[in-house]
Design a protein around this ligand. Structure first.
Ligand code: C5P
Length: 277
């Protein structure tokens, strides 16, 4: 199952809870670029990993996939989860990079183990405590997200192509939130469904990613990624970084831009794809 990259097209930080988690008002979308999670019955629980970022993936016990498996077993409803499992992960997405890779992997495993059945409120709450991005990854649809990630209102987006760029720096999400001086910013403006790509870009230009400035202070290379994407109609950082994205109207536009950036920066992770609508 494809564990798709999550992009925060906009990310406004609107407050902070007493437990330290931040309240968000975020427009989220998913790209058709992602990790791959497969399961089959095994003799004992195992995790094998391949793919370009395999070395960054911890073993099962320390991996969010191990925690997701234990969580579904605690629910004690899903026959598949009761047997020893051989899990295989193809790690295509850079880790700690603002595109929800770990949460997407966990969401894919939960969906496989529960055969896509609807989750109860308490099961969703368990998912949220495993990763704030997990509920949105389980839904897997473009949405306006609130709370710390648990409120999810699906929205429709026009056909949109994307280029993702990561300079190869892992970013600590808590460190970026900590470096944000003002935690009480205005939420997203009221949502008006964009009729086409141009309207989406106009709408996004009235929004922000509040984590961008603190992330750039911690990882100055993010600025270079944004510069490389600056010719596109719209570019921004996702989540707490360091992955940045550009939005383009056509597939060929996205592929051309990705090709140019990859040639100029052979060490960067660069991917062209399409947003799921
Ligand atoms: O839930 P997740 O593991 O993705 O979050 C990593 C860290 O990011 C949290 O421990 C917290 O410090 C910070 N965070 C936050 N507010 C959010 C999401 C994450 O402060 N809404």
């Amino acid at each position: 199952m494809l564990a798709r990259a999550k992009l925060n097209l906009s990310l406004h930080v609107t407050g902070q809870r007493a437990d330290g988690y931040h309240l968000l008002s975020s427009l989220v979308a998913f790209a058709d670029v992602g990790d791959e999670v497969r399961i089959e019955p095994g003799q004992k629980d195992t995790l094998t990993v391949d793919g370009p970022f395999a070395n960054a993936a911890p073993p099962l016990a320390g991996n969010i996939l191990g925690q997701a498996l234990a969580m579904v077993r605690r629910w004690n409803l899903d026959a598949l989860a009761r047997e020893p499992l051989s899990i295989h992960l193809t790690k295509n997405l850079p880790v700690a990079s603002g595109i929800g890779g770990g949460s997407a992997d966990a969401a894919a495993l939960v969906a496989l183990l529960t055969a896509g059945r609807p989750l109860s409120d308490s099961e969703m709450a368990d998912c949220l405590s495993l990763g704030a991005d997990l509920p949105m990854c389980l839904t897997g649809r473009s949405a306006i997200v609130g709370g710390i990630g648990e409120e999810n209102r699906p929205v429709a987006l026009p056909e949109t192509h994307v280029v993702l760029v990561n300079p190869g720096a892992e970013v600590s999400t808590p460190a970026v939130f900590k470096a944000l001086p003002d935690k009480t910013n205005a939420p997203l403006p009221p949502w008006v469904e964009p009729r086409d790509f141009a309207e989406l870009v106009t709408c996004l230009k009235t929004t922000r990613n509040d984590l961008m400035k603190p992330a750039v202070r911690l990882v100055p290379d993010i600025q270079n990624c944004l510069k490389a994407l600056a010719d596109a109609p719209f570019a921004r950082m996702s989540g707490s970084g360091a992955t940045c994205f550009a939005l383009l109207e056509t597939e060929s536009g996205a592929e051309n831009l990705a090709g140019r950036i990859q040639s100029a920066h052979p060490n960067w992770w660069v991917q062209a794809g399409r947003l799921s609508t």
